[in-house]
Design a protein around this ligand. Structure first.
Ligand code: OSB
Ligand code: MG
Length: 368
């Protein structure tokens, strides 16, 4: 297989409701999709970089730029392109894992479509459906939060994640526990909002029997998380800090986390995501699949990954209608709190051509 070219397609798609986190509010997704055209087949990639570098250092214009200048030209030079060849070919270029991950995803999709094999089969899925949680943003009031959580529980979501920050942590957690009871699987995500000095404050979450606290401290503060893990009873889970399988192995060895959120884009693609999973399984560390407000394209691949045996906690793999009034693929529908794992070749879904045109802001063809 050789690369013929890559189409960069920027789409703009509004969220059904704004998602407020400790790093900002997302109301509209400005997403970079990749159509990877090879001699054997075409594949789709979705870049999870947000519009601004507020979750991580990557942002969507930066991803498009590095793909155009460096990453796509590096793949164009390969005589034997397949997904396994992508990371080594891109290794000279530092960072930019979300951009690299999107390109690898598109190559893997093309390769698997040509071979008639699904992502689920290729990655080693052990289930045909996955249990789903939902990530709930910071709200203006506790009653508004309780209405929103109640709606998601009525939809069938099996786990609730509350976004937290200073001034929106202990009380919302207490209110959700009081209203919905002790049986609800409940966890919180701080997106790096706290400091090492907040250990005693975060220990006040301990009485609420949370599954985990996700990424309380800054991305680089592995030792801080290890100290915090000794000061709080609630398990620490890392998201932003886990940028590779090596980072996961180090964080586990240092006692910085006892649970890992795996996002393929954050670690440079689905093949590295599987390696993160394998490291965690070897250490007895549970993993779950995070989300970046993906369209049905990225969601299809995430659901396949979430079907691997080490994914023992429900992920942020919510149904399409939690994010978008109309997805760019046939919608992923919640069925008894689960999403079905796609079985067709590659990611197993296709963008709907008319829907894709409706949301497209620009396209750019990068010939190999
Ligand atoms: O920290 O998990 C996060 C969304 C955007 C950026 C970071 C995060 C999130 C979410 C929502 O929590 C996950 C989803 O439902 O896709
Ligand atoms: Mg997170």
């Amino acid at each position: 297989m050789r690369l013929k070219g890559v189409e960069l397609r920027r789409i703009r798609i509004p969220l059904v409701a704004p998602l407020r986190t400790s790093f900002g509010t997302q109301s509209l997704r400005d997403i970079l999709l990749l159509r990877v055209v090879t001699t054997d087949a075409e594949g789709w990639g979705e870049c999870v970089a947000l519009q601004e570098p507020t979750y991580s250092s990557e942002y969507v214009d930066g991803a498009a730029d590095v793909l155009r200048r460096y990453l796509v030209p590096a793949l164009a030079r390969l005589d034997h392109l397949d997904a396994v060849a992508v990371a080594p070919a891109l290794e000279p270029f530092r960072g930019h894992r979300m951009a690299k991950g999107a390109l690898e995803m598109g190559v893997l999709d093309a390769e698997l479509r040509a071979a008639g094999r699904s992502f689920a089969r290729e990655l080693g899925a052990a289930r045909d459906r996955v249990p789903c949680g939902v990530s709930v943003g910071i709200m203006d009031s506790v009653p508004e939060l309780l209405d929103t959580v109640g709606g998601y529980l009525a939809d069938g979501y099996v786990r609730i994640k509350l976004k937290i920050q200073h001034g929106w942590d202990i009380e919302p957690v207490r209110a959700v526990r009081e209203r919905f009871g002790d049986d609800v699987l409940l966890q919180v995500d701080a997106n790096t909002a706290y400091t090492r000095a907040d250990a005693r404050h975060l220990a006040r979450l301990d009485p609420f029997d949370l599954l985990l606290i996700e990424q309380p401290l800054p991305e680089e503060d592995i030792l801080g998380h290890a100290d915090l893990a000794k000061a709080v009873a609630t398990p620490i889970c890392l998201d932003e800090s886990i940028v590779s399988a090596q980072a996961a192995a180090d964080a586990i060895a240092l006692g910085a986390c006892s649970i890992v959120n795996i996002k393929p884009g954050r670690v440079g693609g689905y093949l590295e995501a599987r390696r993160v999973h394998d490291v965690c399984v070897a250490h007895g560390v549970p993993v779950w699949c995070g989300g970046m407000l993906e369209t049905g394209i990225g969601r299809a691949a995430n659901v396949a990954l979430a079907a691997l045996p080490g994914f023992t906690l429900p992920g942020d793999t919510s149904a399409s209608d939690r994010y978008y009034a109309a997805d760019v693929t046939d919608p992923f529908l919640l069925d008894g709190g689960h999403l079905a794992v796609p079985t067709a070749p590659g990611i197993g879904v296709e963008p709907l051509p008319e829907r894709l045109e409706e949301v497209t802001a620009s396209t750019e063809w990068l010939p190999a």
